[in-house]
Design a protein around this ligand. Structure first.
Ligand code: ARG
Length: 457
């Protein structure tokens, strides 16, 4: 196919160089956005008297038929085309003649591609937000069912203090709520229209940039044409938000892997979301969680790749910027794929409450409560802390837990101990008395569920 710029050149582009240069194999996915941007641009040109009403009619009909044909699979992308923008423009001109050649008036591919990516990512951001809402709904359902399910809470992966499973799940709920906020915040800056920046300097034509921005549903226009075509902050911000989503999913996945091991056995994943082993008949592997954990690296890589592409780039557009798309598309695809599997996996997991409770009963996770008991009776916390530590050491030596130490032994350490100590260190009581805001107590957990509900949309 002859290049649009053939007039300036004596030789055709080398085939290897053409293949290297071409982005159509990955930017073809923006065909809808490209056509939408062109339709808006043409309407604006006509409204401003830059394009005739007849040309607008022909362009609109031509672009609409191209859209229909691509969607119907009747118009395959030409792998020889340099990119989706060139492909659609060439196809338009083949269909409608000279009017097609007028579409690119007061426009450059530099502002065109910047608009296309923003339109594309805006939709993807909305789709991912929808998926995060679905995940949050599952978290809230599971949490509501386990407001009183006691489990050990961990620090350093050592049993630390009793908590409820709901409280633990809601910690993830908070993370995903912030992710929803972060994506919305990135979209605010993304939703600004660069169209009309042209190659870099604006144009001599009497365009109306606010009109195209409005037609395309943008909140405003980019205020500097050089920035308009050079800015990819919106990609980086979204990549950063998506990396954080993956970091959260990865931590959650790690716990799902741990919890479904025989060592923990806190949950059992549904058969539909686990795999067997080709050699060990007893195995039920949490592959989905492991893959989500593993795919996190790709998304971080996409972020770092994009930051690095932009690093040291002089203004304005440079072809390096074509590298933005594979990274951001990969990140978007990966996050969507992970959420598609993670959410139903979580919805279908069986919670083994008895195992959680028996793990909570071991590990002396009520030792802080024992110290608090003495503190409430007037002993300074540090002294109480020491006595509680002695009690734990005594239990270890004698094969006891704090709940089975006889009262006379307790009293030999301090006469502040009384019969009521056993109630004070009962796990259910330990949990329910953590009534501080944000704590693991019943009412606090219910309040957290209510707090998260608006995020369901
Ligand atoms: N395919 C190109 C990209 O993705 C479109 C912009 C090309 N602009 C240019 N001046 N060569 O970046």
């Amino acid at each position: 196919m002859e290049k649009m710029w053939a007039g300036r050149f004596e030789k055709a582009l080398d085939q290897k160089a053409n293949d290297f240069n071409s982005s159509i194999r990955f930017d073809c996915r923006m065909f809808r956005q490209d056509i939408r941007g062109s339709l808006a641009h043409a309407s604006m040109l006509a409204a401003q008297g830059i394009l005739s009403a007849q040309d607008l009619e022909d362009i609109t009909a031509g672009l609409t038929s191209i859209l229909t044909d691509i969607e119907a699979g009747r118009l395959p992308f030409d792998p020889e085309a340099e990119d989706i923008h060139m492909f659609i423009e060439a196809e338009l001109t083949a269909r409608i003649g000279d009017a097609g050649k007028r579409l690119h008036t007061a426009r450059s591919r530099n502002d065109q591609v910047a608009v296309d990516i923003r339109l594309y990512l805006r939709d993807e951001a909305a789709a991912i937000t929808g998926q995060l809402r679905e995940l949050l709904a599952v978290i809230l359902d599971q949490a509501s069912a386990h407001v009183d399910t006691v489990m050990p809470g961990y620090t350093h992966l050592q049993r630390a203090q009793p908590i409820t499973f709901a409280h633990h799940l809601l910690a993830y709920g908070m993370m995903f709520a912030r992710d929803i906020d972060r994506i919305a915040d990135a979209v605010k800056r993304m939703n600004v229209c660069p169209l009309g920046s042209c190659a870099l300097a604006g144009t001599t034509y009497p365009t109306d940039r606010y009109k195209t921005a409005e037609l395309l549903g943008f909140d405003g226009i980019s205020m500097n044409s050089i920035d308009g075509v050079s800015d990819r902050d919106f990609c980086i911000e979204l990549l950063s938000a998506l990396s954080t989503v993956m970091m959260h999913l990865s931590r959650f996945s790690e716990e799902v892997v741990l919890w479904s091991s025989w060592e923990f056995k806190f949950i059992e994943l549904d058969d539909a979301f686990t795999t067997g082993s080709s050699i060990m008949p007893q195995k039920k592997n949490p592959d989905m969680a492991e893959l989500v954990r593993g795919k996190t690296g790709r998304v971080y890589g996409d972020l770092v790749a994009t930051l690095t592409v932009l690093k040291g780039l002089p203004l304005a557009y440079n072809k390096d910027m074509q590298e933005d798309k594979e990274a951001i598309f990969d990140a978007v695809d990966t996050v969507k794929q992970c959420l598609t599997v993670f959410t139903p996996m979580l919805a279908g997991m069986k919670v083994l409450e008895d195992n959680m409770l028996s793990a909570a009963k071991k590990g002396f996770i009520n030792a802080t409560d024992l110290a608090d008991y003495l503190t409430r009776k007037g002993m300074p916390f540090r002294t109480a802390y020491k006595i509680s530590g002695q009690a734990v050491a005594y239990c270890i030596r004698n094969g006891l837990v704090l709940d089975t130490v006889p009262l006379d032994v307790y009293r030999s350490w301090s006469d502040l101990f009384d019969e009521d100590v056993y109630r004070a260190i009962d796990l259910a009581v330990c949990v329910q008395t953590r009534t501080s805001a944000g704590g693991t107590g019943h009412d606090s957990v219910l309040a957290q569920i209510e707090w998260l509900k608006p995020y369901l949309g």
